[in-house]
Design a protein around this ligand. Structure first.
Ligand code: C2E
Ligand code: CA
Ligand code: CA
Length: 451
């Protein structure tokens, strides 16, 4: 027979255990395991009361950096303070759930059927953005992104609503906004992204990939000095897919290895058929470098096609150097040791352009087309182009201005002493063979006539 005293403590124990099972111990908020039940109850009440419900998917930006820089204990303190801030701005009928390490859901019923919840989303990010003073005197600022979805407009159950808020969150991150509201177009974009992510792995064997070649020219004479190879994908359902869309998909799925090797081989094969000895430039993604076999892949492409190494250039962006500078330099030195040159692409758009230039002996810098686009109307952009050209001269580097579309841009670039240009003014990216008859010395007149 159990004594009544121990019966009570057993009750307490059970209630404490069940509390633990539904609560996040660090913050005291609901945890992921309770989501389904919570949603069922809230949505049922909202239906009865003819309310709408805002679902806010909150994600802290780069929170792992806080743990890495300040330690797990500080990370925990910040998370519990964030939970408190969310509590402080929640209404009585709001529910907050910690769904992951640095992710939260706030579920907020409203009596106003037309409530768009956007003011609340902005209030959330504004409140979370306030700095946190630590006991050691330091201050940490943590920012957040919020994606919102609304019941019943965007879904009738927990799964649809959470997915909608998550899509909105991804959209916010992608476009660099703090807040984004779900819209049905996001589903279409996501659907397309998933299909492309799957199909990109099949694109090679289905023969849907090809290359186009865009001329690079001497700025003072407009004579063509080389070509950049650019990948193209003709998808059976979506038609032409931009490399800006499918290269990231190939990177994510791992297909970039085979696709990158194909691009290198095809570009070298094409260039080896040019009788004028012009150079071909090939874009290489950071993921190709991380794979560790780039030197081997470049060497095989050269051997297979018989192209002289000095006629090949690879273009890399500086995001590569931000992740792992030592390793990137090692691989690129291996490429240079083959006799192949290396250009720094999209110069000026990265985090620490000067640092990257010091980190590796590039042969060339390509000024990003956004600066060329702005330089005629914006003196800041012109000053940036001018200083990159000065930097190139000081470091003995060739500089190519990308995206040159107008005579005015060309005139300004010549005035600033730019040696090389690339852009629609000289020629658009075209299939192999298009420029064959004119490679080598192309008069300005002939090149314009080809556009
Ligand atoms: P990128 O390397 O900066 O290539 C230049 C992009 O600017 C090309 O877009 C080209 O068509 C476009 N462009 C050239 N001249 C002009 C101009 O005068 N005006 C304007 N507005 N645009 C111009 P594309 O072909 O869509 O390529 C986009 C990006 O995709 C490339 O940017 C490159 O980062 C990536 N990419 C393309 N092919 C490959 C590839 O084979 N491998 C890898 N890893 N990335 C690739
Ligand atoms: Ca490029
Ligand atoms: Ca570029």
């Amino acid at each position: 027979m159990i004594e009544s005293g121990s019966l009570e403590s057993e009750h307490e124990l059970i209630s404490r255990l069940s509390q633990l099972a539904i609560c996040d111990p660090l913050t005291g908020l609901h945890n992921r395991g309770t989501l389904k039940e919570l949603f069922a109850r809230i949505l049922q009440q909202a239906t009865t009361n003819r309310q709408s419900v805002g679902i806010f998917h909150i994600d802290l930006d780069d929170f792992s950096a806080v743990n890495k820089l300040h330690g797990q204990a500080v990370g925990d303190v910040i998370i519990s303070r964030i939970a408190n801030r969310l509590r402080s701005i929640s209404g009585e009928t709001d529910t907050i759930v910690r769904t992951g390490g640095d992710e939260f859901l706030l579920i907020s019923p409203s009596d106003r059927p037309d409530c768009d919840f956007s003011a609340k989303a902005h209030h959330i990010v504004g409140t979370l953005r306030e700095p946190h003073a630590l006991e050691n005197g330091k201050t940490i600022r943590v920012t957040a992104c919020v994606g919102t979805a609304i019941f019943p407009r965007h879904g009738s159950d927990d799964e649809d609503l959470i997915a909608a808020a998550e899509l909105a969150l991804h959209h916010a991150k992608k476009i660099g906004d703090e807040v984004s509201a779900f819209s049905p177009e996001m589903l279409i974009t996501e659907h397309r992204r998933l299909i492309l992510g799957h199909d990109v792995g099949l694109s090679l064997e289905r023969g849907e990939l090809s290359l186009v070649f865009q001329p690079q020219a001497d700025a003072s004479t407009s004579a063509i000095s080389g070509f950049e190879a650019l990948a193209r994908w003709q998808h059976p359902d979506f038609g032409a897919v931009s490399p800006a869309d499918f290269i990231p998909a190939a990177e994510a799925s791992g297909a970039i290895g085979a696709i990158g090797a194909y691009v290198l081989r095809e570009a070298c094969r094409e260039a080896s058929s040019w009788t004028n000895g012009l150079r071909v430039a090939v874009n290489v993604s950071p993921v190709q470098i991380e794979r560790g076999d780039l030197v081997q892949v470049v060497r095989s492409a050269l051997i297979e096609t018989g192209l002289a190494p000095e006629r090949l250039e690879i273009e890399v962006t500086e995001s590569l150097f931000i992740q792992n500078l030592a390793y990137a330099s090692k691989v690129l030195n291996g490429v240079k040791a083959l006799g192949v040159s290396v250009a720094l692409d999209d110069f000026g758009t990265g985090y620490s352009s000067l640092g990257t230039l010091r980190a590796f002996p590039f042969d060339r810098i390509k000024i990003d087309r956004s600066f060329v686009f702005d330089m005629v109307r914006n003196s800041d952009a012109a000053a940036i182009v001018d200083s990159v050209l000065g930097l190139g001269r000081a470091m003995g580097l060739n500089v190519v201005a990308e995206g040159v579309e107008t005579e005015e841009q060309l005139r300004l670039l010549r005035m600033l002493g730019c040696q090389q240009i690339q852009g629609y003014l000289i020629g658009k990216p075209m299939p192999a063979g298009h420029y064959d008859a004119v490679t080598g010395k192309v008069s300005k007149h002939t090149s314009r006539a080809m556009l």
